[in-house]
Design a protein around this ligand. Structure first.
Ligand SMILES: *[C@@H]1O[C@H](CO)[C@@H](O)[C@H](O)[C@H]1NC(C)=O
Ligand SMILES: *[C@@H]1O[C@H](CO)[C@@H](O)[C@H](O)[C@H]1NC(C)=O
Length: 333
């Protein structure tokens, strides 16, 4: 019993430490030792039911992998990059800059799903955690004339949130609808600076989502298919370089001529491949399972066949990925 308590104390110490300022740390540590035993039960409860900033260091990489395997279909490259990038970053006690991931691909291929999986594996509250912040361009930054104000706001938010919790996660959805230039406002935070106004951003995670580059990805995947090669043989090096160039040169990517790319501040460009008929079927089966139904092959085939596929002649890729699967399924159940 005593051993268990000590083990718990060690486990919880980082959660407590997060809550105090560095200067008072020495004092706090001294006081904490005596106070800890008493506090322990309540604090354990606290971290169990609510999120503690910095709990990402306890990331269970097996659980992350299982989650990706179970929920994400047809994206062998994504799984590999995300697992490596996120695990590596969280294991590093002294990252030199924040982790920046840029997810690219057609609608319905799993970009939102992956950002949710990352958030949920780091913070139990997932996207609802107080340490996870999501910005949707059309919602948070809708007016082109207000770009200056948005820039100030965005800087203040990120600064405010990271000073509260340095392990904050920021997700920018619809990057392709963001006004060029706005994203450059956060450049200083993504850079290698030790500190800015006394705040270090090195432990934060920034995730960008966009459709930009999807056409390029499709083209590469299609060429591969035409050459009779397996989709799973596609490697990151087939896609990564073309992707960054395409996104940089695309006026509607949110990253157009962005210094984030120019200065190599994006760590990973993650390509989401367009989904095929067989992947759509997997999505339908999973959705049936989630709703507590058995995987009826007939329903699965019917829903998958209802989707539209492109290019016109080959008809290989679902043009909405798995996005409308759920709605179409309602019709059959
Ligand atoms: C990590 O996750 C795996 C798979 O979900 C689970 O079996 C294992 O018990 C977890 N390990 C810890 C230490 O929580
Ligand atoms: C944190 O970000 C949110 C937006 O997600 C913002 O509303 C809030 O004011 C920020 N908090 C601080 C302390 O700046």
């Amino acid at each position: 019993m005593k051993l268990l308590r000590v083990a718990l104390a060690l486990l919880l110490l980082p959660c407590l430490v997060q809550a105090v300022e560095p200067i008072s740390l020495g004092l706090a540590a001294f006081g904490a030792v005596s106070a800890l035993t008493g506090l322990l039960s309540s604090h354990k409860l606290y971290c169990y039911f609510r999120d503690c900033c910095g709990q990402g260091r306890f990331l269970n990489s097996t659980a992350l992998q299982v989650d990706l395997d179970r929920k994400l279909y047809g994206q062998h490259l994504v799984k590999k990059v995300i697992l490596k990038a996120v695990t590596g970053f969280l294991r590093n006690p002294n990252p030199k800059k924040p982790l920046t991931l840029s997810l690219h691909g057609w609608t319905g291929t799993g970009k939102n799903l992956v950002s949710r999986i990352i958030a949920e594996n780091i913070y139990k509250g997932g996207l609802k955690s107080p340490y996870v912040h999501q910005f949707v361009s059309t919602l948070h930054f809708p007016h082109i004339l207000d770009v200056d104000r948005y820039q100030d706001q965005l800087q203040a938010w990120i600064q405010g949130n990271v000073s509260t919790c340095e392990n904050s996660i920021f997700i920018f959805d619809e990057m392709d609808k963001m006004h060029p230039g706005l994203i450059d406002a956060i450049k200083p935070f993504l850079d290698y600076y030790e500190q800015l106004d006394g705040i270090s951003y090195h432990k934060a995670i920034f995730i960008f989502l966009s459709n930009a580059g999807a056409e390029k990805i499709t083209q590469v995947a299609l060429d591969f298919w035409k050459n009779g090669k397996q989709r799973e043989e596609l490697q990151l090096k087939d896609l990564d370089p073309v992707l960054s160039v395409t996104v940089f040169n695309n006026k509607n990517s949110g990253f157009w001529h962005s210094s984030l790319i120019d200065k190599n501040l994006i760590d990973y460009f993650v390509p989401f491949l367009p989904l095929e008929y067989r992947h759509v079927k997997m999505c339908v089966a999973a959705e049936l399972h989630t709703r507590g139904y058995i995987a009826d092959p007939e329903i699965i085939t019917r829903v998958a066949e209802e989707m539209t596929y492109f290019p016109k002649t080959e008809r290989i890729y679902s043009d909405k990925g798995c996005k409308t699967v759920s709605a179409k399924l309602d019709f059959y159940l």
